[in-house]
Design a binder for this molecule. Structure first.
Ligand SMILES: CC(=O)N[C@@H](CCC[C@H](N)C(=O)O)C(=O)O
Length: 373
């Protein structure tokens, strides 16, 4: 049997983007098939999996979700087990999330509980979002959990720390794609063109004013443009440019306000730069809202019945489509400290693998505790 560390490293080597997690799914299936099969039911869903462990005398179904996709980042960790997929990396800890889920699942294959347990290996968390369509799947309709939980690694917290809070944990998100089309031409004749590199630069600056001047400072919002492309070569004025980004807000009102302002600014840009613009909001994620009672129970449980250090979280501007699951099923998400000096979405993210043992110990104890409640 492989160790958890070996499993994590195997998965780390093969990061795949959303809905392309074929090798990952095959790896997970091969591991699951190596376990005693008597009480396991497995259903594939696109590149994800639903894995049900049948309880001994089930009254309830408890769900545990792990996301499985990687990011389009060229890894720079220097690990001997670094990604073998060029330009892709598990830079958000989903390799650890999957390994932890397998660790919990394996424990309960050998130590059965009364409740049914549903492990959800979900594709495309980074985009375009697997949780919402998974919620509408046949498997989820038949195996809908009564309670659902998930974790996310937190590189900035000491390894093994468990952190969460009742209520709002993660922001509402919307992707943002803006395409600009003007008039290209010779670099030496700017007066005959409408330069879309200049328009894109101006737009990025104008977008900054929305959070600074249109959103209530006590109701946080973020607009990040993570990628700009435009033009063809150094001595041609660009006819096209494209901005790619994301919007984060703590309230839905602010999300609407931000979008309204983006649309007004883009209209102004069209007039000012004699160009055409189009806006696409891509994937939007529901906020992650932890159900009060069950989250408080978990927080007390961690402090009273486990060796893990507990910290009370603040809201974060990260997004997570697990929010869609929590919108329909009671439950909670928590951060798991992973002690890395490089953060999420960084090419050198190096989580401490020992945090996986803590998570498995906390969750196996907690799920056994929930068996009588
Ligand atoms: C935990 C985490 O980092 N999640 C991602 C989710 C991204 C959603 C979507 N692609 C977007 O950019 O809005 C995050 O960036 O917070």
């Amino acid at each position: 049997m492989k160790t958890l560390v070996n499993i994590r490293r195997d998965l780390h080597r093969i990061p795949e983007l959303g809905f392309q997690e074929y090798k990952t799914q095959a790896y997970l299936l091969s591991y699951l098939h190596s376990l005693p099969q008597e009480n396991i039911e497995i259903r594939k869903w696109k590149t994800g999996l639903f894995v049900k462990l049948n309880g001994t005398s089930s009254q309830k179904m408890i769900g545990y979700r792990a996301d499985i996709d990687g990011l389009p980042i060229e890894e720079e960790t220097g690990y001997s087990y670094r990604s073998v997929h060029e330009g892709m990396m598990h830079a958000c800890g989903h390799d650890l999330h999957m390994t932890i889920a397998l660790g919990i699942l394996t424990h309960f294959v050998h130590h059965r509980v009364k409740n049914d347990l549903l492990f959800i290996f979900q594709p495309a968390e980074e985009g375009p979002g697997g949780a919402e369509p998974m919620m509408h799947s046949e498997a989820m309709k038949e195996w809908k959990p009564d309670l659902i939980t998930a974790l996310h690694i937190a590189p900035e917290l000491p390894s093994g720390t468990v952190a969460t809070k009742p209520g709002l944990l993660f922001a509402n998100t919307s992707e943002l794609f803006i395409d600009l089309k003007g008039k290209g031409g010779h670099a030496a004749y700017p007066h005959t063109t409408n330069d879309m590199v200049v328009a894109a630069c101006s737009l990025v600056s104008q977008l900054q004013s929305i959070v600074a001047r249109n959103v209530d400072p006590l109701d946080s919002a973020v607009i990040t443009i993570g990628k700009i492309t435009g033009g063809t070569v150094q001595n041609i004025i660009a006819e096209n440019s494209r901005l790619e980004g994301t919007i984060r807000t703590l309230s839905t009102e602010s999300m609407l306000k931000v979008k309204e302002r983006i649309e007004a600014i883009v209209k102004g840009l069209e007039i000012g730069y004699s160009c055409q613009a189009s806006i696409d909001y891509g994937a939007m994620y529901h906020q992650v809202y932890n159900h009060e009672e069950v989250t408080l129970e978990f927080m007390n449980f961690v402090q009273e019945h486990t060796d893990a250090d507990f910290a009370l979280s603040k809201e974060a501007m990260t997004g997570e489509d697990f929010g869609y699951m929590l919108a329909d099923i009671p439950g909670f998400m928590f951060w798991l400290g992973a002690g890395s000096s490089f953060g999420l979405h960084h090419s050198k993210l190096s989580p401490d693998e020992k945090c996986m043992e803590t998570a498995i110990s906390v969750m196996t104890k907690y799920l056994a505790f929930k068996d009588d409640r």
